[in-house]
Design a protein around this ligand. Structure first.
Ligand SMILES: *[C@@H]1O[C@H](CO)[C@@H](O)[C@H](O)[C@H]1NC(C)=O
Ligand SMILES: *[C@@H]1O[C@H](CO)[C@@H](O)[C@H](O)[C@H]1NC(C)=O
Ligand SMILES: *[C@@H]1O[C@H](CO)[C@@H](O)[C@H](O)[C@H]1NC(C)=O
Ligand SMILES: *[C@@H]1O[C@H](CO)[C@@H](O)[C@H](O)[C@H]1NC(C)=O
Length: 358
């Protein structure tokens, strides 16, 4: 056997492999619904041990906060029509070399961003990383891989402005995007939970809403959300160049409290839950904000990929910190890390790998 034969054999092999890879990718692009599926037990999960990731903050570090059960860490999201590739941190770093990725939103964005920083860090645990805070912006960077993953805390996306009358939530104004959301390769937005906060609950950060030029004391929150999100959609339509920047909307992350998309007994919360629901459908249905998001995205002229994580997350009544958030109280809105946001990021990884939009 001559060298020539070996070389052509090797070439043919490489061509075959890359062809198989293409086929796999085109099948992925060919319309698998990644958001319809179920949770299956998989002993090779989680993608990282919480103790191996120094980036997890206390509120998400359920094992460190004493959560006794571990089965919730052992689930993989399985789309009905295809399989979701396992996250490969080294491949992610190769594909994302030179890129700047920004998550913008509330603490659910923080949850997802932290998950991704862990998924990447454990792939190259020896590599030097930096973590910096500048006001509302937190930047995780791996200088050797020329990548930065950033999180901008911004709970409404539209502007919250201090005026003489008090703090005003301006549904039609989004100047805070002018400077801080430009120059990124990937933008992943999220907003919802804070639209429901009230003065009675002591966590509403505004005193007035400005809607279509009028100042009001309050209004229907779903309608306010829609107006704010529409303003955001116009910002994207007029400021984002799809050739250089991919835009995602993170979707509505559900909570599991009695009476709020939770179909358990009236007094139930996520407390004590240790397994997901099986099947593809949550019996309580979807929160109405999901329809608002879909409607607004449909009206846009620029492509935005919806990470439609609501249903898959609803099935994970076991995924919240609950009483293991490291504080008093019962957190059924954030998610333990490792945990459910890792699967959101596995889906994000597929879309980033394939350049697909829905
Ligand atoms: C960013 O931080 C500044 C200073 O802490 C604050 O005044 C501002 O409201 C924040 N912006 C957003 C969008 O949260
Ligand atoms: C910010 O951008 C909006 C359009 O998205 C524009 O109307 C507004 O004038 C800009 N503001 C500043 C201060 O540049
Ligand atoms: C459904 O869930 C229950 C309890 O979580 C489990 O015992 C059962 O095996 C599951 N069924 C299927 C078909 O996966
Ligand atoms: C997922 O797909 C199956 C089969 O097509 C369908 O029966 C089911 O209703 C879907 N579930 C959701 C949540 O859309």
């Amino acid at each position: 056997m001559g060298n020539g034969f070996l070389i052509s054999f090797a070439c043919a092999f490489v061509i075959l492999i890359s062809w198989l890879h293409q086929v796999e990718l085109s099948e992925v692009n060919g319309g698998c619904d990644f958001f319809n599926g179920s949770w299956v037990e998989d002993d090779t999960y989680p993608l990282y041990e919480n103790s191996k990731c120094p980036l997890i903050t206390k509120g998400f570090d359920c094992q460190a906060n004493g959560r006794p059960d571990k089965l919730y860490l052992k689930y993989k999201w399985k789309p009905t029509a295809c399989s979701l590739p396992r996250f490969n941190g080294e491949d992610f770093l190769r594909k994302m070399k030179g890129k700047k990725i920004l998550f913008v939103g509330d603490s659910i964005s923080l949850n997802m961003w932290q998950s991704l920083t862990c998924m990447v860090h454990v792939a190259v645990p020896q590599a030097k990383y930096t973590l910096k805070n500048h006001g509302n912006l937190t930047t995780f960077a791996l200088p050797d891989f020329d990548i930065s993953l950033e999180y901008s805390h911004n709970v409404f996306l539209v502007d919250l402005v201090q005026e003489d009358i008090g703090t005003v939530l301006k549904l039609d104004s989004i100047e805070n995007g002018n400077y801080s959301w430009k120059g990124y390769d990937v933008l992943i937005f999220n907003t919802w939970h804070w639209w429901l906060h009230t003065t009675a609950g002591k966590n509403q950060p505004w005193e007035f809403i400005e809607s279509r030029g009028k100042i009001v004391k309050d209004m229907d929150r779903l309608a306010a959300f829609k107006e704010g999100l529409t303003t955001w959609s116009k910002w994207v339509d007029s400021n984002v160049d799809p050739q250089t920047t991919k835009v995602f909307f993170q979707g509505i992350s559900p909570v599991h409290y009695a009476g709020k998309q939770w179909n358990g007994p009236a007094s139930a919360t996520c407390q004590g839950e240790t397994t997901p629901l099986n099947g593809t459908t949550y019996p309580g249905g979807l929160p109405p904000a999901v329809d608002v998001v879909k409607e607004v995205l449909k009206s846009m002229s620029k492509p935005v990929t919806l990470l439609d994580i609501t249903m898959l997350s609803l099935l994970r009544k076991d995924g919240h910190p609950s009483v293991y958030a490291g504080t008093k109280g019962n957190d059924c809105s954030h998610w333990c890390l490792a945990g459910v946001p890792d699967s959101w990021n596995e889906i994000l990884y597929v879309f980033l790998s394939n350049g697909a939009t829905i």
